[in-house]
Design a protein. Structure first.
Length: 184
């Protein structure tokens, strides 16, 4: 019994290592010339939460089109950000780190020229807890200096006020996903 548990733990650790290497390779390729035109993040709820969904990122002529479909949220606005790390292993999502901010800018709204690259503003859940968002972001990228490949996507419990530094006072993390290259 003890040996089979040990084998299971080793097997899971090896799988995590393989996934980590794959994500690291994708992130390296995204930052060093390999081009991707579509990425995806599958969001899972953090501990004691119910939010889940899918976010796709597709390169278009004037930026990256962001389409988000989510459910399980409380009605109202929720902060929506790309975070520094593609790590959703902590029960509260804290392992995803802070907002992705490679340019050392202040927290702001998506339309601002001076903002964190990861500042995507808010999504608004209807009375049924669902969200549909579709817009083009001009700052994020799937390649190069601002590549979001391998980073985390977080949905927060509260509205991002778009001004409080450095997080927008959006509260706890209710869903987390890792951005990976999508099949085209």
């Amino acid at each position: 019994m003890k040996h089979s548990i040990t084998r299971c733990v080793v097997a899971v650790a090896v799988q995590c290592l393989i996934v980590g290497v794959s994500l690291a390779q994708m992130q390296h390729e995204a930052m060093h010339g390999k081009t991707f035109s579509k990425a995806i993040a599958v969001l899972s709820p953090t501990k004691d939460q119910k939010a889940f969904g899918i976010v796709t990122f597709t390169v278009v002529e004037n930026g990256v089109r962001v389409i988000a479909e989510r459910a399980g949220l409380t009605p109202g606005k929720h902060g929506f950000h790309i975070h520094e790390f593609g790590d959703c292993s902590a029960p509260d999502g804290a392992s995803a780190g802070g907002h992705y901010n490679p340019t050392d800018m202040p927290h702001s709204m998506p339309a601002s020229a001076k903002r964190h690259v990861g500042d995507l503003g808010n999504v608004e859940a209807g009375k049924d807890g669902t969200v549909h968002l579709d817009y083009v972001d001009t700052m994020i990228s799937l390649t190069g200096e601002h590549s979001i490949i391998g980073r985390g996507v977080i949905v927060h419990e509260k509205e991002d006020d778009l001004t409080t530094q450095p997080t927008g006072a959006a509260g706890a993390r209710v869903a987390c996903g890792v951005i990976g290259v999508a099949k085209e």
